[in-house]
Design a protein around this ligand. Sequence first.
Ligand code: HEM
Ligand code: HEM
Length: 143
Amino acid sequence: MIMWIHPVLQTLALILSLYVLYLGWVRFSFAHLGTKGLIFAWKRHVFLGILVLCGWGLDFVIGLGAAWWGWQSVFITGHHYQVGIAMVPLILFGMGTGFYMDRNKAKRVALPLAHGGANALLVLMALYQLYTGIIILRDMVMA
Ligand code: HEM
Ligand code: HEM
């Protein structure tokens, strides 16, 4: 049971992140591509974005705790924990830039692009975590 908390929460956060990315894409397409007639759900993007990034960050620690609980050892899942560690600075960057742009509204190009790029990369990394995570569930949790 304890070994399932982390995979379930991370998968839910991943699903939510696709929606947050979609909201960001709306912003991207009218800010940079000039698409007309779109409205960016600013507050919803910020609220759900915080949920996703905090979820990934907190559940990173839960994953480590579960590994310790189940196997009395951590950093044994190869690419899964390595990609997980690489996600941490990106999560901090996505959160920091997001908070900054939310508090100080202005016309910008580079910062939103860096924020959107880092967070889109995080979504890709989380998809990879799903792939490696399912293999861990199959070979190390259910076996
Ligand atoms: C999974 C998490 C997130 C993803 C995938 C994401 C993605 C994006 C993308 C693609 C954009 C458009 C960038 C552009 O127009 O160049 C954007 C804009 C924005 N995001 Fe996020 N974001 C996430 C989390 C957050 C968080 C946690 C916050 C606030 C704490 C935030 C605040 C903003 C703001 C304020 C903008 C508009 C910036 C502007 O155009 O001035 N985002 N995001
Ligand atoms: C999305 C971001 C994710 C991050 C940052 C992350 C990170 C981690 C970390 C750091 C560990 C500890 C591994 C070790 O010490 O070797 C771990 C364990 C584990 N992860 Fe993930 N993970 C993520 C997503 C997922 C997903 C989507 C799944 C599966 C659906 C998953 C399945 C597992 C499993 C089964 C473990 C073993 C411990 C446990 O059962 O809780 N992870 N993860």
